[in-house]
Ligand binder design. Structure first.
Ligand SMILES: Cc1ncc(COP(=O)(O)O)c(C=O)c1O
Length: 405
């Protein structure tokens, strides 16, 4: 089989009559030729496990977050840790996002190198190689913003920026979720003032991700929790404001609070991640109009799996286990079969036991799963198959997969 190259790709796209079927800002991305050949097929013909994204639903989700945030007077800065895919980031920007967030340096670099100009890295860089690499990229890409949550790290960033001959843009990460950030109040203010004073750093504002609020069940409960847990952050904001600091960025929140964060004084943009795909964990949180199911956003991401064993009564084995779905709870949901309990605990196998079944299955049949937690599952795949009306119309390379460093 001929190796993939740019000409092959163009030819494949033209032959299938799909135009620009491969979406990435950078043609150095090389999905296997095998995946490109799937364009035009029904998704049910894909070999499995296969990660599929319904593009109509994805685009609708992107539009919903944009309009919801706009109605509250805030911007959207989507977190690409969910999809790790420049082709989706470009869609988010086209719909009006002001930039993207990335969790890790590797993810940030993938975005910057694939045409995403404004990347706010929400994690901190603390090792010497990472700090130096981050500064190299800041030198090349003016829209790269980094987070800091300790005075020593601020000094280290400043020294590296100086050695690189640049002034690097920095936001201070404030504690909310008890995993990162600087304590709110005087310590947060002191760090912001230090960053502001260091000659090779530019203080751009603050970041505060309140992960524990995102899945609070019921919209009103979530709203109350989010506003309460954000009070110390607002106190830090007020101290910084009174000190005359630049607060052009006040970023945080997520999918669960995209329509709440606009109530926070000074807040500028929401870092929605999961909303593009949704997953079972999020769907259980409930929304404003439906307390049981969070249906502001639709489930656009599914995994296709194949039945590989039906030898035992009451039991079906499939080819998607923990390596295809990861081990988050609740168990994956089999679309069309609410009586199935799908255990993904085995590395390579999905084990279904059931109390009720809607049809009989034979080896080779396909099942479609909604997964418990989208971010780690996406990280297991090279590509997503973009579908419309169940037909594969686009291959979306997950260029940031595995970029955990
Ligand atoms: C810093 C930060 N911002 C935003 C998000 C996106 O959150 P969600 O998927 O809840 O929208 C995450 C997710 O973990 C995060 O860590």
């Amino acid at each position: 089989m001929a190796l993939f190259n740019r000409r092959n790709f163009i030819r494949t796209g033209l032959l299938t009559g799909t135009g620009a079927a491969l979406s990435t800002g950078n043609l150095s991305a090389k999905p296997a030729e095998k995946t490109l050949n799937e364009i035009g097929k029904s998704k049910w013909e894909l070999d499995s496990p296969a990660l599929c994204v319904d593009l109509d639903k994805l685009e609708k989700n992107i539009a919903t977050a944009q309009s919801g945030a706009k109605a509250m007077g805030i911007g959207v800065r989507p977190h690409i840790k969910t999809h790790k895919c420049p082709a989706i980031a470009h869609r988010q920007l086209k719909a009006g996002a002001i930039g993207v967030c990335a969790a890790k340096l590797g993810e940030s670099i993938v975005m910057l190198e694939n045409g995403i100009e404004n990347v706010l890295m929400t994690g901190v860089n603390v090792t010497v190689p990472k700090i130096n690499r981050a500064m190299e990229y800041r030198k090349k890409y003016a829209g790269f913003i980094q987070a800091v949550d300790s005075p020593q790290n601020a000094r280290d960033l400043n020294d590296a920026a100086k050695a690189m001959g640049i002034v690097a843009d920095v936001v201070v990460d404030l504690d909310v979720i008890k995993r990162s950030g600087i304590p709110n109040g005087p310590q947060a203010l002191a760090l912001a003032q230090l960053v502001d004073k260091l000659p090779n750093l530019k203080f751009r504002g603050i970041l505060a991700y309140d992960g524990m609020n995102q899945h609070v069940k019921g919209f009103q409960n979530r709203r109350v929790a989010a506003l309460k847990n954000y009070e110390p952050v607002v106190e830090s904001y007020n101290l910084m404001k009174a000190a005359g600091l630049n607060l052009e960025i006040f970023s945080g929140g997520g999918t669960g609070t995209y329509n709440i964060m606009g109530e926070v004084n000074g807040f500028t943009d929401v870092q929605v991640g999961s909303y593009v795909f949704m997953d079972l964990q999020y769907m259980q949180a409930g929304g404003k109009n439906n307390e049981k199911v969070y249906d502001d956003f639709e489930s656009s991401l599914t995994v296709l799996t194949t039945v590989i064993n039906t030898n035992f009564p009451g039991r079906i084995t499939t080819d998607a286990g923990s390596k295809a779905l990861t081990l988050n709870k609740p168990n994956p949901f089999v679309i069309g079969e609410p009586g199935f309990d799908y255990a993904a605990g085995s590395d390579e196998y999905g084990m279904i036991s059931y109390t009720s079944i809607n049809k009989s299955y034979k080896i080779g049949d396909k099942l479609e799963l909604i997964i418990p937690h989208c971010d780690p599952a996406v990280n297991e795949y090279d590509v997503m198959y973009g579908t419309r009306n169940d037909k594969v119309v686009e291959i979306l390379p997950i260029l940031g997969r595995g970029k955990g460093a």
